[in-house]
Every structure is written in C-alpha cells, then in structure tokens.
Design a protein around this ligand. Structure first.
Ligand SMILES: [Fe+2]
Ligand SMILES: [Fe+2]
Ligand SMILES: [Zn+2]
Ligand SMILES: [Zn+2]
Length: 275
C-alpha cells in the first residue's frame, strides 16, 4: 500500500551548505495518508562533502540524482556517516560505496564488514567526540539520546550548528495538507503529538515501555548545550527554529510514548487519484 506520490521538495537547503535529500514513504492510519521522510543530508565543507544517512533502499535512484545535482561544482563526496544500521538509514550504503570510489563509511561499524567484505578497508569506526574535518567545517559525533539501536550515534555540524539525530525527532506529516518538503515551522496544520504517536507505533515502539520524559529532558539538554540552530532528522521535517519547535516536539515525544498502540492498520484510505 506504500504507493508513492512524488513530492518534488528535496533537495532543499536547511542551513548554508546543508542540503536536505531523500523522499517520503506513504503509510495509512486513522483514515489518513501519513508520510514519513527517510531523509539524507549533505554537509558541504571547503574540501570535502559528507552524506548523513542514505535514505530508504527504494530511494537510492532518486538520491543518486539528487546527489549529482547538489554536488555539482562542490567538493567531492568523501564521507558517509550513518546513524545506525537500520535500512531507512543505511540501506543505500553498498551502492554509495560502489558509486563513489573515495567515500569512507563512518560511524559505528558493527557488522557492515560482514555484508560488504569488499569495502571493509573503507570503514572508519567513530565514537563520541570524534570529528571529521571537511575543510573549515567540522562534523562531530555527539550523544545519541534516542538510541534505536545500541550502535546509534548522532552527528553535529559545528559550522552551522545543525544536529543530525537519526531517529530522534521522528514524526510523520500530512501529505494531503501539502507538508512534503516543508520545514516543521512551515507545516502549520501539523499536529506534532499526533504524528509522533503514529511514528512511535510504527518504528519506535520501545518508547512506550520507557519513561520518555527522562529522554526528552536529556534531549533538551543536548540541544541547549550544543546551541543547536537547526535539526535534520531522518524521519521528521527539518527544524529551523529549535527554540519555538523543540517544546512541541518534546511534548509530542512524551505523548507518543504514552498512548497505547493503535494497531497495525486501520484499513486503506481511499486514494482519489488512482484506481
Ligand atoms: Fe531506527
Ligand atoms: Fe529510523
Ligand atoms: Zn507528498
Ligand atoms: Zn511527504
């Protein structure tokens, strides 16, 4: 049922030298079409570019076209940082390593060498505080407050103070309201607690069995300590005004984890545009 309606929204710059890439995946729940991003982000330094995440495996042809477009005239792609091993984040990495000969895979490297032994010499294990120099632009590995896997790391662009939190800040958006390609601040009809609950059902189920306010407080502390100016999540809409939007997302996280599972599917929504 994941038929795709193309949303011509990305690439979009979320901060100078930071491009939002990737696409949405449609899901049906509560009689509505919900979309979730499986985003990737390109961080462009003066000497090298770094890709955060690879998007969903199905999106690689689109991602490859977007990369070609945004890398034109820019320093070459040299690094791929993936927050964790789940497919919406890392599902394109074999194809990236194949298509870009100079790219080094970075992050927690658990098990990738088993899937891609031919690329094991192009993997670099990073941990908290490690940095990658992109040329007058440092990319730092920071605390992964919302760890979907034990191996999760988050990234931070020190130049424009952009946080890349992987599965943190994960919430769906309403395709029918035209939210695709919008920043969180622009999607005015988005009910963040509701869409956080929908996403928690699908992909962050463990949050329902933990005391989420502790995670939310820690997340607030991280955003404050790093003086985060923009947020590039894998699944949520990018945040360009954390001061205004963070409290809403914090409330959404706590609400999403507090409601019981709504079930797998409430049945397909009738799609007016197709048969
Ligand atoms: Fe995940
Ligand atoms: Fe995810
Ligand atoms: Zn759309
Ligand atoms: Zn969308």
């Amino acid at each position: 049922m994941n038929q795709h309606i193309h949303c011509k929204s990305t690439p979009r710059e979320i901060a100078p030298g930071v491009q939002w890439l990737g696409d949405c995946l449609a899901q049906h729940a509560n009689g509505k079409i919900y979309h979730t991003y499986n985003a990737a982000y390109l961080v462009i330094g003066e000497e090298a570019s770094l890709l955060v995440e690879t998007g969903h495996p199905k999106d690689y042809p689109l991602l490859a076209r977007q990369l070609e477009k945004v890398l034109k005239g820019q320093p070459p792609l040299r690094y791929l940082f993936v927050t964790h091993q789940e497919t919406p984040h890392s599902g394109g990495l074999g194809r990236i390593l194949e298509d870009f000969d100079d790219v080094i895979l970075c992050g927690d490297m658990s098990d990738y060498h088993l899937a891609f032994p031919q690329f094991s010499h192009r993997m670099s294990a990073l941990a908290l505080g490690d940095t990658i120099d992109l040329g007058n632009r440092l990319f730092r590995v920071v605390e992964p407050v919302i760890r979907d896997l034990r191996t999760t790391w988050w990234g931070f662009d020190e130049k424009e103070r952009v946080l890349f939190p992987g599965d943190g800040f994960a919430y769906s958006h309403y395709h029918e309201d035209g939210h695709c390609g919008l920043f969180a601040e622009e999607a005015v009809s988005l009910n963040i607690p509701e869409v956080s609950a929908v996403f928690a059902d699908r992909a962050l189920f463990w949050t329902k069995f933990t005391q989420m306010d502790l995670y939310a407080d820690r997340l607030e502390k991280l955003v404050h300590e790093l003086d985060v100016r923009a947020i590039g999540p894998a699944h949520g809409l990018p945040v360009i005004d954390p001061k205004t939007t963070f409290p809403k997302i914090k409330a959404g996280l706590i609400y999403g984890s507090s409601v019981p599972e709504s079930g797998t599917e409430t049945g397909p929504t009738r799609d007016k545009s197709s048969t």
